[in-house]
Ligand binder design. Sequence first.
Ligand code: FAD
Length: 416
Amino acid sequence: MERIKLIRNNLTFSQLKNKTETYVSSAYDYLNLDQFLTDKEVSYRKNLRKYLETEISPKISQFIEKEEFPLDLIKNLINKFPGILASTIQGYKSANFSQSLATAVSIEIARIDMSLFSFAAIHGGEVAMRTIYELGSEKQKEYYLPKLNTLEFIGAFCLTEPENGSDAYNIKTTAIQDSEGNYVINGKKRWIGQGTIADIFIVWANNPKTKEIEGFIVEKERIGISCKKIEGKLALRCLQNADLIFDNVKIPMENKLEKANSFSNSVSKVFLSSRIGCAWGVIGLCIGAYDVAIKYVIERKQFGKSLSSFQLVQEKLTKIMGNIQAMTFLARRISEYYEKGDATMGMAGLCKSWCTSRGRETIALAREILGGNGILNENYVMRALGDIEALHTGEGTYDINILLAGRELTGKLALV
Ligand SMILES: Cc1cc2nc3c(=O)[nH]c(=O)nc-3n(C[C@H](O)[C@H](O)[C@H](O)COP(=O)(O)OP(=O)(O)OC[C@H]3O[C@@H](n4cnc5c(N)ncnc54)[C@H](O)[C@@H]3O)c2cc1C
């Protein structure tokens, strides 16, 4: 009792009484994430936030309602911030950001809308462009990457199949070389992000000759490709996911990605970066949820008092902030390993799965804080709740990533 009195005296009276009321309006600022950026980078990030908040955030709800992708908004963003979609790639008309600025950019985009982040990740520096950057020949990089950077081309990554999701190692699509050296691709792909609007598809297929999964660049004009939008998603609603069929699609030999020669050395290389990138997206989404929730509790009154003054509300906000802080620490640590070339698949799996699971709790709390208003599209938190579910599953499900981490911790493979 004495102790409680002491704490109350210290906090409530001697420290707070004569102060004007203050609160932490952004989780980003509370964590002081700008400390990892140079002054120039901080001003870039701030300009980006201003642009996203004024030019994209107010317009995004209508696209979410209609399940449409805001391509013109993204094109405007690229014009204003050239090279931003492949911020972790160096050269080829990329923005050439430091790793810290690239993560800050991811946070800012996810903080506004997760479909935009997912588009940028799949098209850009985490997945499609990353695949060409890591596994393509110099000629392929020089031709495709600048066009992808300026959105002259949109890229998609086609691994998952209707019968093979987690079990991607056993995909059925084939790429068989004919007598002239061309590859003929046959198979079905499912859930392909921006499949309906992509100009080039990175297609993963079995080569029966080498008995390996290899990667190919397939242009949308090739004969034999059909595509159907997956309708009715209640998560990542702007992202256009598609079912694709490749029916005897012939591509020239030079469309094979030079270094995409096996699942473990090729697909896994891309997943290493994309899973860590996904964790940063989750952090941005959770920062967005905190920022909405704190504003709401400060402004809303019940029982004659600001919601922010109730103990239970403060507990929820504290949990949210604690989760964001812990996620950021983990992702930053593993990103440092990645930058040095020391990150393992287990680390990436741990980072991605732990962040999405904490993210689910975090966003559910923010949604709860907003009461009835928390289910409205315009208030961010409900759609974030749907989006975190998609992230929990995409880039390898929670279970698969946990099992990859578990294998590393125990030395025992429990996956099959
Ligand atoms: C919004 C969205 C975007 C996507 N974008 C793309 C994309 O652009 N390109 C692409 O190629 N793919 C994409 N995917 C596909 C994604 O990678 C798969 O959904 C994911 O790999 C899981 O496959 P699945 O949905 O078939 O689930 P399944 O593999 O059928 O899994 C169902 C459940 O069983 C569990 N499970 C499966 N195997 C095991 C096991 N061995 N041990 C324990 N549990 C297990 C899973 O964890 C999950 O809970 C996307 C998915 C979504 C939802």
